[in-house]
Design a protein around this ligand. Structure first.
Ligand code: SF4
Length: 388
């Protein structure tokens, strides 16, 4: 089934490290944006893949069944619950949305409280992903986040009190001035809250990020690479011990709480993205929406498609993507499934290049299955490069 992604590009302030497609919150613009999103979703029901002539696809009914809706951003929790309900309603009217759907809302701690959370649940959200980033106030300040640790903890408890039984936390590691033990404080604090899911991201300092200047000015630095590796390996051990099992390079979950939406990206699934800058991939066709919020609203409002960069993937690109993303999973690549879908024996085609990674203990092979060891995950891109 399809995953539906809705991009919300508004934030209350812009964090110094952020490289996402976002801008400052503007209440009037938000109203127009929600109208445009609803219109884009509705018109998708009338439109085939936005390519001319449309690709004949007898296996894929349009608009088709979907079982996940994911509000990502930006800060989706800046949309009011009735706006979230309207967008979910548009999805239901356009797609056959499964009854046991997963509906995720990304939320920042400072933008949610008990009343708002109860209203989101009422609107149909059943999974929350809270952008905590760190359980140390000094680290949050260095990242110019608007919340502090108390607020993050209060947001988590409010989510539980509102009845959310599927809550994920985002944490970032390898922060400026962060030592291994300080990072592990955040991991232990997260474990103490007993979330259902955790995503661990490595901070990437982009060349034009204001954080880069902040770091130079304050003489902050990131720990050496070996420490970053230790942060990752030790965190995964502690989380595993606490019943949060790794299922993807950056993600751990309790049993039954893996992100069904994100799994579509890693298991060669199909998804449609709505909103500015959103990406879609379906049946071998990939496209991206216009990035600018204003241009997106203007285009959708006059009834035109916001899709740009529409591309039919070659069979080699599809295979490469399936292998590249599949290797992110702890379960790895199922060679039999690849053989059935693409008619390729993975080991016969890539074995010569992969052998050295097996010898180095980064990759394992058992029959048709291939997976990265945890140490291999630290060097995943080198292994994945074989496929693309
Ligand atoms: S809240 Fe998230 S999307 Fe918004 S500026 Fe900060 S990091 Fe970027």
């Amino acid at each position: 089934m399809l995953g539906l992604y809705v991009h919300v590009p508004f934030c209350s302030a812009i964090c110094n490290y952020c490289n996402f497609n976002r801008g400052l919150f503007d209440a009037a613009l938000k109203l127009r944006y929600v109208d445009a999103i609803v219109r884009e979703i509705r018109t998708h029901g009338e439109r085939r893949i936005p390519i001319s002539p449309p690709i004949p696809n007898p296996q894929s009914p349009f608009p088709g069944p979907a079982d996940t809706i994911y509000f990502g951003g930006g800060t989706p929790s800046l949309l009011d619950p009735d706006e979230i309900a309207r967008i979910i309603g548009a999805c239901e009217q356009t797609f056959e949305v499964a009854r046991d759907r997963e509906v995720t809302l990304e939320a920042n701690p400072e933008s949610i409280d008990a009343t708002r959370l109860a209203a989101y649940r009422e609107a149909g959200v059943n999974r929350l992903s809270i952008g905590v980033q760190s359980f140390r106030d000094d680290e949050l300040r260095r990242l110019s986040r608007l919340h502090d640790v108390d607020r993050a903890v209060a947001a988590f408890h409010a989510a539980r009190a509102a009845g959310f039984d599927n809550v994920s936390l985002d944490l970032m590691m390898w922060l400026p001035q962060q030592s291994v033990s300080e990072w592990l404080e955040s991991i232990d604090a997260a474990i103490a809250l007993a979330p259902d899911h955790l995503s661990l991201y490595l901070l990437e300092v982009y060349p034009n990020a204001p954080l880069k200047d902040d770091m130079a000015r304050a003489r902050w630095s990131q720990a050496p690479d070996d420490d970053a590796a230790a942060m990752y390996l030790e965190a995964m051990e502690r989380l595993e011990h606490a019943g949060l099992l790794q299922y993807e390079i950056s993600n751990v979950a309790r049993a039954g709480r893996r992100s069904r939406h994100n799994l579509k990206y890693w298991t060669d699934g199909g998804w449609l993205g709505f909103g500015c800058g959103a990406h879609s991939t379906r049946d071998g066709v990939r496209w991206k929406n216009i990035s600018s919020t204003m241009d997106y609203i203007e285009t959708v409002s006059r009834g035109a498609s916001p899709a740009v960069d529409v591309r039919c993937l070659t069979s080699d690109e599809r295979l490469g993507d399936a292998l590249f993303t599949g290797l992110r999973l702890v379960d790895g690549i199922d060679g039999n499934a690849i053989q059935t879908r693409y008619g390729i024996d993975v080991w016969q085609r890539f074995g010569r290049d992969l052998e050295r990674f097996c010898d180095a203990g980064l990759l394992r092979r058992d029959g048709a299955r291939l997976w990265l060891t945890r140490r291999g995950m630290l060097l995943a891109h080198e292994v994945m490069a074989v496929f693309v």
